[in-house]
Design a protein around this ligand. Structure first.
Ligand code: PLP
Length: 467
């Protein structure tokens, strides 16, 4: 079997028509729909080209200059470029910060931080998942330790205030004094306000804990300088690169290095976390780096320093604010009363519509979002809100006036849902049945879906034309 063999040089469209059709179907779905899942984005052609390049073929365990395999002269240059550009994108000095660009994604990056800085069963505190935290911040429930971050470490969550929807820092401080965590995580997956990193730092210092920032959702906004940066106060900062940052599906860890402080006796204390983090990524947790993804990180980080990127991120926030005020104008309740970032958390409790029904009806009309718990929800299994994000639509060129139209589409869909619920009663299965089988409802859905698709197709998508 060699290159002359057909199978090695045929395009997927020729060699595998069945799969090719699925690739085209997905592209068409992305083109026709309104993508409002807050963690998603459309990456650039340059990133996609890196991802399908020959770099994919190379094994390069270890770090640049210290590899376990030969033939890495070029790969070393690629990884060093990705490191340098990652530091530049966040305005970090290489004397004070180092970076590991090898984590396969955000979850492995976080586990590498814990593996490097903690002993098994050391204590961590993160924002609870139903309150807007991430699984990897120690999530467990009364029945089960769900995330490995709660299986191998002891986790205690902090929460948002039920009334305001804002992080309850006082309670975190109080519980941290009792729990004495070794590491506190400042990071969110569903929270529409900026974080008080200074306060997190004080609480960490009071307990001798590391402070880790997980900026997975907001790393694009941070790079563009449109929201406060975690770097001033954190010891470690992890991120994904495929959300607001708009790069490849991958993860990055930044860590402090150099002088930490001067102790009582006037001696300088140095940070000692560089090798802990690097060794945790490889060899503790991972094998060969994904060099195609690392190249894509390099080019995404270069994009992140441009004026166009800054304008994009400003527009992301402006669009989220517009979405908020449009929905508020239509009678919807927004958790925390607004947004500083790229997402909006809508509570549907006053409409007596569950998040699951809202997510379902929106999907029926090609608007993608996800159901989400809101403060005060009794059960995390039956959340009464939806999370909406603007990064992907903004990449397609949406401006505030387009978002006004999007809010109107959402309102139309949710109004149909309320009508359907009157016929179906509260159960989700009955509701779905009515939506699909009732002629009046299903024809309204079909009409709205067509309007949404016609609207969405006016906006370009980056990447390859067909797939
Ligand atoms: C998305 C996310 C992650 C995990 O990233 P994956 O690439 O999905 O593994 C970690 N932390 C936060 C805060 C996130 O939002």
């Amino acid at each position: 079997m060699g290159v002359s063999d057909n199978i090695m040089q045929k395009a997927v469209s020729d060699s595998d028509p069945e799969l090719w059709q699925l690739l085209k179907d997905e592209k068409s779905r992305q083109r026709k729909g309104l993508e409002m899942i807050a963690s998603e984005n459309f990456t650039s052609l340059a990133v996609l080209q890196c991802l399908s390049s020959c770099l994919h073929n190379k094994y390069s365990e270890g770090l640049p200059g210290r590899r376990y395999y030969g033939g890495n002269e070029v790969i070393d240059k690629v990884e060093i470029l990705a490191q340098q550009r990652s530091l530049e994108a966040y305005g970090l000095s290489p004397e004070e910060w180092g970076v590991n660009v090898q984590p396969y994604s955000g979850s492995p990056a976080n586990f590498a931080v814990y593996t490097g800085l903690l002993q098994p069963h050391d204590r961590i505190m993160g924002l609870d998942l139903p309150d807007g935290g991430h699984l990897t911040h120690g999530f467990m429930n009364a029945q089960k330790k769900i995330s490995a971050s709660s299986i191998f470490f002891e986790s205690m969550p902090y929460k948002v205030d039920q009334q305001t929807g804002l992080i309850d820092y006082d309670k975190l401080a109080e519980n941290a004094r009792l729990f004495k965590p070794k590491l506190i995580i400042a990071g969110i997956s569903c929270y529409s306000r900026t974080l008080d990193y200074k306060r997190f730092r004080q609480i960490a210092d009071e307990n001798g804990a590391y402070l880790m920032g997980d900026m997975a959702h907001i790393s694009g906004l941070v790079a563009a300088g449109v929201i406060p940066s975690p770097f001033e106060y954190c010891d470690v900062v992890s991120t994904t690169t495929h959300k607001t940052l708009r790069g490849p599906r991958a993860g990055v860890i930044f860590f402090r290095k150099g002088q930490k402080s001067i102790d009582k006796n006037g001696k300088t204390v140095m940070y000692d976390i560089e090798s802990k983090i690097n060794d945790a990524v490889f060899p503790s947790l991972q094998g060969g780096p994904h060099n195609h993804a690392i190249a894509a990180i390099a080019t995404a980080m270069k994009q992140a320093t441009t004026p166009a990127f800054r304008e994009y991120q400003q527009q992301v926030v402006a669009n989220a604010r517009q979405l908020c005020s449009s929905l508020q104008g239509l009678g919807y309740e927004i958790v925390t009363g607004g947004t500083d970032v790229h997402m909006v958390l809508v509570s549907l409790a006053n409409f007596k519509l569950s998040g699951a029904k809202a997510e379902f009806i929106l999907e029926e009309v090609e608007i993608a979002c996800n159901k989400n718990t809101v403060p005060g929800d009794k059960s995390p299994m039956n959340p009464s809100g939806i999370r909406l994000g603007t990064p992907a639509l903004t990449t397609r060129g949406f401006k505030e006036n387009d978002i006004v139209q999007v809010a109107a589409f959402i309102h139309s869909a949710l109004s149909i849902a309320i009508e359907a619920q009157k016929l179906s009663g509260p159960k989700l299965v009955d509701f779905k049945e009515v939506v699909h089988k009732n002629d009046v409802i299903s024809s309204k859905i079909a009409q709205l879906k067509e309007e949404v698709e016609n609207f969405a197709q006016n906006f370009p998508l980056p990447g390859y034309e067909e797939y």
